[in-house]
Design a protein around this ligand. Structure first.
Ligand SMILES: Nc1nc2c(ncn2[C@@H]2O[C@@H]3COP(=O)(O)O[C@H]4[C@@H](O)[C@H](n5cnc6c(=O)[nH]c(N)nc65)O[C@@H]4COP(=O)(O)O[C@H]3[C@H]2O)c(=O)[nH]1
Length: 755
């Protein structure tokens, strides 16, 4: 046992240390109180034998100190003393016994043995108690563990059971919900079956009807009772052949469904279109259980569809195919003609006087006219041909199966022209329309829509240019010209903007006296690259493209300005300008002329306007109105190219004009051609009778002059006097004009009539 032996005497230490050591103890020696406390803390001896009298402090103090420090609180202290009177102090301090130093060593050892025995017994006891406690604890622990396991097991079982219950509860709820849902579905299905607008037929596998809904009865007219037991084929309309039904059932049986349009018969005998879906219902072993037919009455849809198609593809006014259907048919014709290696023709038809009718008689008259035209055109073609209206007065025809010679096309075109030349009675008036036709042929004039129609259009313009009432077949040559025209058109636009144009003047001489009385202003165009383009080429382009407005203004302004200049130089002349039909029929013409004359400060009597008789005939009423307006401004009016048109003398009387111009075509051949001589003479006598002045143009020779003089012509114009001159040359001409005129007359042979 570890024993702390404390004594300040080394000999005592040695002696007792040895004694104890010999008894098998482990002895720790300390000489003082402090050392004893330190060593005791370090070794924790169960027994300390302490000397009572030590210099630093006595054994009682050490005992207290030992018992007070936690590390040595259980150390038993045996006091070792010389003195006998310290028993009380020692025991009070906590020592368990006292051994006197003078006791024999055996006693000392016995007393120590008794204490160590006690200590050991106590320790043993404690160990046993601790072991018992430990066993108890372990048993308790085991019991606790068992209890815990049981608890956990119980809890697990409870949780499992709860989960099972929750699961079955959920399944129960789902089942309830499913059933409720199924019931709702059933109720809904029944409601849908009863209330849907679509008819429903349910049959057994043999096709016998086992149920129908109210919509079926409403559409077909059969009650539920009448329908049950019947077969859907009992309601057939007879519009479809057996093949149709065979295909339908084939699809039902092979694919399980069919959808399409079917015509059936109602109970009242009326047949009607329906959109039908048939579905097969099979059982779990894939055997047919039912057929379900669902259909709706589409008679109204069909009517709307037809109406829409009519609107989309037909012109509402004439009921003819419109541009879209025309295109469709033409595309189809390309396909068909290629397949059959056949030819076909496209004709573009332009009405001559549609605009006039529209403007003068109003739009409803115009509409009526278009309807008449449509009817007449349809009367000229076969059922396989197409007549279409593309818009406005643009009509087209597709003539199919044209033979190699194209004679049939020419024949139809001629027939159309004749038909359209016949009068039409519209709003109580007799109207003559007339037309021009351009024709292009597949395949030689184009193998696609754009080319073929463009070429028919080009040919139509050519027909118009050749004079109304013509039909023209397209040729490549035309195409080249059309392209040239297009180029010219854009050049002309720039030329007007850049003032590349100029005005030349051709003198007009008085017959008697040979005086210069006026001049005709003629437009001239020399392009930047020096090419001279004659007015006969560019004026028609200007007319068609609307450029004639600015062009006419330019010529009138120049003519008025130059005439005023010469007036100011002391030459009171009359300048004549040509007007195109478009300008002449412009209701604002009088105001435009007013503005130009005012700007130039030229009085109206020095201004003359030349218009052709065909222009006046285009819109007689408007022409008369404009002429009166111009006359009121003292402006002279001349009818150009007289004799070339077809105006009747009765019309001529209505026009408030001053002058007739004999066209140079007649003057040219006179006096050799007796017919022309007769015409010239007739014009002059008509003019005289109507108190009109006559100007002859194109006078090149003295013989012509003599003839005109003989028949009483008033004024002359032609190369015999002068070609059209530019402003400077004309100013020069002015100076000698009168002498020149007189000379021409002097050279003439004596008049046939003067003798
Ligand atoms: N062979 C021959 N020809 C003669 C003779 N005397 C005059 N001419 C030509 O005959 C045409 C007379 O003009 P038009 O009949 O009014 O015919 C004019 C007129 O209709 C039109 N034109 C010319 N300038 C204008 C214009 O400013 N406005 C409009 N709207 N048309 C115009 O162009 C047509 C042709 O004009 P131009 O080429 O200048 O041709 C002019 C003139 O140069 C002659 O002795 N022999």
């Amino acid at each position: 046992m570890k024993i702390l032996f404390v004594d300040d005497m080394t000999t005592v230490q040695m002696l007792y240390g040895q004694l104890l050591y010999d008894q098998g103890h482990q002895v720790i020696l300390a000489s003082s109180l402090t050392e004893a406390l330190t060593l005791a803390r370090e070794h924790r001896p169960p027994l300390a034998i302490v000397d009572f009298h030590m210099p630093e402090g006595n054994g009682a103090e050490l005992t207290r100190a030992l018992l007070a420090q936690p590390e040595t609180a259980n150390t038993l202290v045996l006091m070792h003393s010389q003195a006998r009177d310290v028993v009380k102090q020692s025991l009070e301090a906590g020592a368990i016994d006292l051994i006197y130093k003078d006791d024999p060593h055996e006693v000392f050892l016995m007393r120590v043995a008794a204490v160590t025995h006690f200590i050991q017994t106590q320790a043993e006891q404690q160990r046993r108690e601790a072991a018992a406690r430990k066993r108890e604890m372990e048993a308790l622990e085991r019991a606790r563990a068992v209890e815990e396991r049981a608890r956990v097991e119980l809890e697990e079982r409870v949780a499992e059971r709860t989960a099972e219950l929750t699961q079955s509860n959920r399944q129960l709820t789902e089942e309830i919900e499913k059933r409720a849902h199924a019931e709702t579905n059933l109720r809904l299905a029944h409601m849908v079956f009863q209330n849907t607008a679509e008819a429903i037929i349910l049959t057994d596998p043999t096709g016998a009807i086992i149920d129908v809904n109210p919509a079926f009865s409403a559409i077909s007219g059969y009650t539920r009772e009448e329908a049950i037991g019947a077969n859907p084929r009992d309601f057939k309309s007879g519009r479809h052949d057996d093949n149709f039904y065979a295909k339908m059932w084939n699809s039902v049986l092979s694919k399980g469904h069919w959808q399409g349009e079917v015509w059936d018969r109602r109970k009242n005998g009326e047949i009607y279109p329906k959109r039908l879906t048939i579905n097969v219902v099979r059982d779990a072993s894939n055997r047919i259980e039912h057929f379900v037919g669902i259909f709706s009455d589409i008679s109204e849809d069909k009517a709307t569809e037809m109406k829409l198609e009519q609107l989309a593809y037909y012109d509402p006014l004439t009921q003819l195919p419109n541009r879209m259907l025309f295109r469709d048919r033409l595309e189809h014709e390309f396909y068909s003609a290629r397949r059959h290696k056949s030819r076909f023709a496209v004709c573009f038809i332009d009405l001559d006087r549609f605009k006039q009718v529209n403007d003068t008689l109003g739009h409803s008259a115009g509409d009526e006219l278009l309807q008449h035209v449509a009817q007449r055109l349809e009367g000229c073609v076969r059922a396989t041909d197409t007549v279409a209206r593309l818009g406005g007065d643009e009509f087209t025809m597709i003539l199919t199966e044209v033979g190699v010679s194209s004679d049939s096309v020419a024949h139809v075109a001629e027939k159309v022209l004749i038909e359209l030349q016949k009068p039409m009675h519209i709003k109580g008036q007799e109207i003559f329309v007339g037309a021009s036709i351009g024709i292009s042929l597949f395949p030689e004039n184009g193998e696609d829509f754009d080319t073929l129609t463009k070429n028919a259009d080009v040919a139509m313009y050519q027909a118009k240019a050749r004079g109304r009432g013509n039909f023209v077949f397209f040729s490549e040559d035309m195409n080249t010209r059309a392209r040239e025209r297009l180029m010219l058109e854009s050049k002309l636009k720039k030329a007007i903007e850049n003032e590349e144009l100029s005005v030349f003047y051709q003198p007009k001489m008085e017959m008697y006296g040979g005086r210069l009385v006026g001049m005709e202003a003629l437009a001239r165009w020399v392009t930047r690259d020096g090419e001279e383009i004659p007015p006969t080429r560019f004026i028609p382009i200007a007319e068609e493209t609307g450029l004639v407005g600015p062009l006419g203004d330019f010529v009138m302004r120049r003519a008025a300005r130059d005439c005023k200049r010469w007036l100011d130089m002391g030459h009171p002349l009359r300048v004549a300008v040509n007007l195109s039909a478009r300008e002449f029929l412009d209701p604002l013409l009088p105001e435009r002329v007013d503005a130009i004359l005012a700007e130039a400060q030229l009085p109206g009597e020095h201004f003359e306007i030349e218009i052709t008789e065909s222009m006046m005939m285009q819109d007689v009423e408007q022409a008369v109105h404009v002429l009166q307006e111009l006359r009121a401004r003292n402006i002279t009016i001349a009818m150009d190219d007289f004799g070339t048109g077809y105006s009747s003398l009765s019309y001529l009387k209505q026009f408030p004009i001053h002058t007739l111009k004999i066209d140079r075509a007649f003057v040219k051949e006179a006096p050799d051609d007796p017919n022309d001589v007769a015409i010239v003479a007739a014009v002059l006598s008509v003019a005289r009778a109507m108190d009109l002045k006559v100007v002859a143009e194109g006078v090149e020779e003295s013989r012509q002059l003599a003839l005109l003089r003989d028949h009483g012509c008033d004024e002359l114009q032609g190369y015999l006097y002068a070609k059209p001159l530019n402003t400077d040359d004309f100013t020069q001409f002015l100076l000698h004009a009168n002498a020149h005129g007189a000379r021409q007359l002097q050279n003439l042979p004596a008049s046939r009539f003067s003798a």
